[in-house]
Ligand binder design. Structure first.
Ligand SMILES: Nc1nc2c(ncn2[C@@H]2O[C@H](COP(=O)(O)OP(=O)(O)OP(=O)(O)O)[C@@H](O)[C@H]2O)c(=O)[nH]1
Ligand SMILES: [Mg+2]
Length: 225
C-alpha cells in the first residue's frame, strides 16, 4: 500500500518534472527579427519576399502598414512595423504616436530581438537627411540606427530601391550614405552593416537573409548556454 503510494508519487513527481521541463522549453520563444524604417521604403515588400505571404500589404502611398504585424518563420518571428517619420496624408499626432509605439515596443522586447533591419530608400535618403541636418536636428533614420545599436540589436541597414540610381553613380551615393551613418568611405568596408539592394529587381535580400540567419543562430547559441 505504502509502496504503491510511494511509487505513484514518484511517478507523479517525474511527470511534474517532465511537465516543467516541457513548459520551460516552450517558454523559450523564437527570437524576433524586426523590420523598421520610414514609410514607403519597402519594409513590407521585404517581409512579403521573406515570408512568401501574399497577404502582406504593400503599397505606393505611405502609411500602408499602421500596425505591428508578426509572421512566424521556422527559426524566428519576423516583425513588420509601420513606417516612422513624415507621411503625407497622415495626421501629425498619429505619426508621433506611431513612432512612440515603435520605440516602446523595441524597448520592451529588446531581450527577445535577435537582430534588426533598418530599411532606407537609397535614392531619397541623402536628400531627406541633408534637409534635417540643415535644421540642426538628428535625422530620424540615424536616430533609429543609433537607438538599435545602443540596445545591441545588431542593426543591418538595407539600402533599398537602388534600381532608381544609375550604376555609375552608385559608389558616390553609397559613400554618401555610409558617411551619414558615421562610417568612413569607401562603403565596401562596411558590408557587415549595410546591404545594397533592390527588392523590385530581386537582389540584395539573399545576402540580408544569410546575415539574419547568422544572428538568429548566434542568439540561440547564447541562449542555450
Ligand atoms: N523602385 C522600387 N520600388 C520598390 C522597391 N521596393 C519596394 N518598392 C515599392 O515601394 C512601395 C512601398 O513599399 P512597401 O513595402 O509597402 O513600403 P513600407 O516601407 O512597408 O511602407 P509603410 O507600410 O507605409 O511604412 C511599393 O510601391 C513597392 O512596390 C525597390 O527596390 N525599387
Ligand atoms: Mg508596410
Amino acid at each position: 500500500m505504502v509502496d504503491f503510494k510511494k511509487g505513484k508519487n514518484m511517478r507523479e513527481l517525474k511527470d511534474i518534472k517532465k511537465f516543467k521541463k516541457f513548459i520551460k522549453e516552450e517558454k523559450i520563444d523564437k527570437p524576433e527579427v524586426i523590420v523598421t524604417g520610414r514609410s514607403n521604403v519597402g519594409k513590407s515588400t521585404l517581409v512579403r519576399l521573406i515570408t512568401n505571404n501574399k497577404n502582406v500589404k504593400v503599397g505606393k502611398r505611405p502609411g500602408v502598414t499602421l500596425k505591428i504585424n508578426k509572421y512566424p518563420m521556422k527559426n524566428y518571428i519576423l516583425v513588420d512595423f509601420p513606417g516612422f517619420g513624415f507621411m503625407s496624408g497622415v495626421d501629425r499626432k498619429v505619426q508621433e504616436s506611431i513612432k512612440d509605439k515603435i520605440v516602446w515596443y523595441i524597448e520592451d522586447n529588446c531581450e527577445k530581438i535577435a537582430c534588426s533591419i533598418l530599411v532606407i530608400d537609397g535614392k531619397a535618403f541623402s536628400e531627406i537627411v541633408e534637409r534635417w541636418d540643415s535644421r540642426n536636428e538628428i535625422p530620424i533614420d540615424i536616430e533609429m540606427f543609433q537607438f538599435l545599436k545602443e540596445l545591441k540589436l545588431n542593426p543591418i541597414v538595407l539600402i533599398n530601391k537602388m534600381d532608381k540610381i544609375k550604376r555609375k553613380n552608385w559608389d558616390e551615393q553609397l559613400n554618401k550614405i555610409v558617411k551619414l551613418f558615421g562610417y568612413s568611405p569607401p562603403w565596401r568596408q562596411w558590408l557587415d552593416t549595410f546591404v545594397v539592394g533592390s527588392l523590385k529587381k530581386n537582389f540584395g535580400w539573399n545576402r540580408l537573409l544569410s546575415m539574419v540567419n547568422r544572428y538568429v543562430e548566434e542568439y540561440r547559441k547564447k541562449r542555450s548556454n
